[in-house]
Design a protein around this ligand. Structure first.
Ligand code: ARG
Length: 268
């Protein structure tokens, strides 16, 4: 059974602007956000997962995006070094919480920005890591040294897709779905060289954060607004569960960013 970490949206809101989706003037509808988060929680609970909840903290509105808190492999947790000071206060809460549950917390050097599972996803045995807008490329080498696995660093080129999990979603059969234009040519080539049967997501669907999906075996929980992708995934034998996520899109996040795998990988 997969174990997931979520954070209730008690203190969620658009209180600063650190990516192109966020607008304080527009804000988010908080009661709607709470209902959407509950919908995600209920859906994941129904799919044979164990959900842990970390208590939300005031003045840390993005703490709901637990995927960005760090990377968990086996019993080791590598906390994030957030690029933006608005989010830096989240890190000690997550580190303490993981430590209290017996995880070994392994910090990266403080000068290397790294935003956890938001920028680090396994496709097969390879850890694909995104860099530029948030994580530093040098953090990937440090992660590779800690984990001893093959890390492939790919540059993100479109500020709307500032974390790798906004434009790339590996599948258990060795493939992935992705929005290729979010990567430079070299990154596209690196991904194509390592993964077969890639599903290209069209821009109209990528902007609904359709790549920001939680994959649980053959079940895929994703934001609604991607009918073409859903049809393709169905043809490949997956069951899709599209959910309304509008109020989290306004912060630049959706289903996957709201979920951290504990662990993402049991063993390497
Ligand atoms: N407002 C948050 C930020 O800009 C959203 C994070 C969403 N997470 C993600 N993995 N894309 O950091």
């Amino acid at each position: 059974m997969r174990q997931l970490l979520l954070c209730p949206p008690d203190h969620y809101g658009i209180e600063y602007e650190i990516n192109p989706w966020m607008s304080r003037a527009r804000g988010a509808e908080i009661p709607v956000a709470q209902a959407q988060w509950k919908g995600l929680f209920n859906k994941l609970s129904s799919l044979d997962c164990k959900i842990e909840l970390i208590p939300p903290r005031p003045k840390l509105p993005d703490m709901v995006f637990t995927a960005n808190a760090g990377l968990t492999i086996g019993r080791r947790f590598i906390p994030s070094n957030f690029r933006h000071e608005e989010r830096a206060g989240e890190a000690p809460h997550f580190a303490r919480w993981m430590e209290e549950r017996g995880y070994e917390v392994v910090w990266l050097p403080k000068n290397l920005y790294f935003e956890g599972e938001g920028d680090a996803l396994f496709g097969g045995d390879v850890l694909f890591c995104g860099y530029k807008f948030r994580s530093d490329i040098n953090s990937h080498r440090a992660v590779a040294d800690i984990l001893g696995c093959l890390v492939i660093s790919v540059e993100l080129v479109d500020p709307r897709f500032y974390h790798i999990d906004t434009c790339f979603c590996p599948l258990p059969d060795g493939g992935a779905f992705w929005f290729p234009d979010a990567f430079d040519e070299y990154g596209q080539r690196a991904i194509r060289d390592h993964l077969r049967d890639l599903i290209d997501v069209v821009e109209e669907e990528a902007v609904h954060f359709s790549c920001n999906a939680v994959v649980l075996g053959r079940e895929i929980v994703l934001p609604k607004g991607a009918p073409k992708l859903v049809t393709t995934l169905k043809d490949r034998g997956y069951t899709c569960h599209p959910l309304p996520m509008s109020e989290f899109l306004k912060a630049g996040g959706a289903c996957k960013c709201l979920t951290m795998f504990m662990p993402q990988r049991e063993k390497l």
